[in-house]
Design a protein around this ligand. Structure first.
Ligand code: TXE
Length: 499
């Protein structure tokens, strides 16, 4: 361990050595299956823990626990203010365990401990408290109706929001705690119950926060966790007949599979899928803002961010100078383990993902693309990918169009803003986009014409609990966050009363 590496807390070491089961009905239970899935530290490639590889029977047990908790109204039947108090207490407990959760996250996911503290836990707390507050603001509308029969009858009508039922939350590995809580919290705030499946690569933090939820007073069966593969555990969960809604974040391919199986029973779905997000830099942009904003927008969490800026279109007069500035910035990044407080780029999540990014780069090299790379990682078995700029990639390269989901960003010279807009929108994705300019009219014009669920001006990848987020086109369906967030977790019931 180098001097800059954070010592692992005793409770984290103990948690890693536990034989983790599933979290059902408010306690750890052993899986029906003997199969285990190994959890690796991306900085070393060493096994650090394992989790249960849940069977279809396990998933059924968890869903039925959530179903019982929903139908007997042990959660939805509480006063909204009581649910809010419990959820705020849950947030306080997560805050008290910040260092423990941040270390677990870094050890299983690879990201910097600073990012784990600030984002995985720090930002998650903002979302938790925001959503807890929504619990007491659920409301419908009163509606005047024009029903003419029988003659002389009078009516009053209104809508009520009711929790949709048992929710299945399926979570990816890039922000295991934060994205997990983006599913748990709105479900609980709305009065639903949930079974959550973290990624098999990063299952640990969800198992730990489920314990904290129970400690905060969330009733047994309301928050359940199953761990396991996508093919068995994920598929069984998302197609379970008692699941009323699936909230999924992950690849477009798996999202489509889930939507297809949900169609059979018209299960509600929210899908937050991939992106190949453009940033358009116009010639009057402030270069210092561009470098600061788009270095973070492209390399945060090693580029494993669905909202990341991965295609940067730069108007010709600024291009050469900005490429020079990006090169300098990329080459100055230090690369090392997430537990180091000094490393700015850390390993990616898994050997498989490291190899996948490697294949994109091999394809680019084979086609003689111009690549500028920063530092390589330490010389051991971690999953390191050097931060890389691809200059004017040809249309034939896979990384020109496909989501790399790694520390790789395309810098493209464009003649003018019109060419940038055409290229920016020439994608099957539509998650995020940004435009960089000092001209407010240009900014608004480009904002209107970019086909993306979120458009930033002079920033990128900055999300907020009060700002709706989600994709157009093949980046998904539905919106998370914002004042109307719980609408996606509720049914609207119309009530009409004759008097
Ligand atoms: O995703 P999957 P993977 C993108 C990114 C990445 C690619 C593949 O480009 O390289 O997806 O990553 C569960 N039924 N994103 O393979 O398979 C799985 O167990 C139900 C974008 O890891 O989509 C995990 O819990 N569930 C992204 C979750 O789905 C299934 C974040 C995500 O895994 C399932 C991550 C099935 N049939 C990757 N198959 C984003 N939008 O932020 C798998 N799963």
């Amino acid at each position: 361990m180098s001097e800059a590496e954070v010592p692992v807390l005793n409770q984290v070491q103990q948690f890693l050595t536990r034989k983790h089961g599933l979290y059902i009905d408010g306690c750890q239970v052993a899986s029906e299956s003997e199969q285990r899935l190994t959890v690796y530290d991306p900085a070393s490639g060493q096994a650090i823990s394992s989790c249960a590889d849940a069977s279809t029977e396990d998933v059924d047990k968890a869903v039925m626990s959530a179903w019982r908790a929903f139908v007997d109204r042990r959660w939805a039947g509480k006063l909204p203010a009581e649910r809010e108090r419990i959820l705020l207490r849950f947030a306080d407990l997560v805050e008290q365990h910040t260092e423990e959760l941040a270390q677990l996250e870094t050890l299983e996911q690879g990201k910097s401990i600073g990012i784990s503290r600030a984002f995985e836990v720090g930002c998650t707390l903002n979302w938790m408290r925001y959503t807890a507050g929504l619990t007491t603001k659920i409301s419908g509308r009163t509606l005047d109706v024009s029903i003419p029969l029988p003659p002389g009858a009078r009516y009053q009508a209104w809508t009520r929001k009711e929790p949709v039922g048992v929710v299945a939350g399926i979570v990816p590995w890039n922000f295991p705690l934060m994205i997990g809580m983006w599913k748990v919290m709105p479900a609980l705030a709305a009065g639903c119950t949930i079974v959550i499946k973290p990624s098999e690569t990063t299952p640990l933090t969800m198992l730990r926060v489920a314990e904290l939820a129970s400690e905060a007073g969330v009733p047994d069966g309301v928050f359940n966790v199953v761990t396991g593969s996508g093919a068995v555990c994920g598929a069984a969960l998302s197609s379970h007949p008692q699941v009323a809604k699936v909230s999924f974040t992950g690849s477009t391919q798996t999202g489509k599979q889930i939507a297809r199986s949900a169609a059979d029973r018209l299960t509600r779905v929210t899908l937050e899928l991939g992106g190949k997000n453009p940033a358009i830099v116009l010639k009057d942009a402030d270069p210092a803002w561009v470098i600061e904003g788009l270095m973070a927008g492209s390399f945060l969490n090693q580029g494993q961010v669905c909202a990341a800026s991965s295609r940067i279109y730069i108007e010709a007069p600024l291009f050469d100078n900005l490429v020079g500035d990006f090169e300098q910035a990329v080459k100055s990044l230090s690369v090392g383990p997430g537990m180091s407080t000094q490393a700015q780029i850390n390993p990616v999540v898994s050997r498989a993902h490291c190899d996948k990014i490697g294949h994109f780069l091999e394809d680019a090299r084979a086609q003689l693309a111009e690549l500028i790379s920063g530092n390589s990682g330490p010389n051991h078995d971690g999953y390191y990918v050097p931060p890389t700029l691809v200059i004017n990639p040809q249309a034939s390269l896979r990384l020109t169009h496909e989501e790399v989901f790694g520390p790789v960003v395309n810098l493209v010279r464009v003649a003018d803003g019109e060419e940038a807009l055409r290229l920016a929108n020439d994608t099957e994705y539509g998650l995020t986009a940004s435009v960089w300019t000092k001209d407010i009219s240009q900014a608004l014009e480009f904002g209107d014409r970019l086909a993306a669920g979120t458009v930033w001006v002079n920033s990128h990848t900055l999300i907020d609990a009060n700002l709706p987020f989600g994709g157009m086109k093949q980046s998904g369906t539905g919106r998370d966050f914002g004042p109307d967030w719980l609408d996606g977790w509720c049914e609207t019931k119309a009530v009409c009363v004759r008097y």
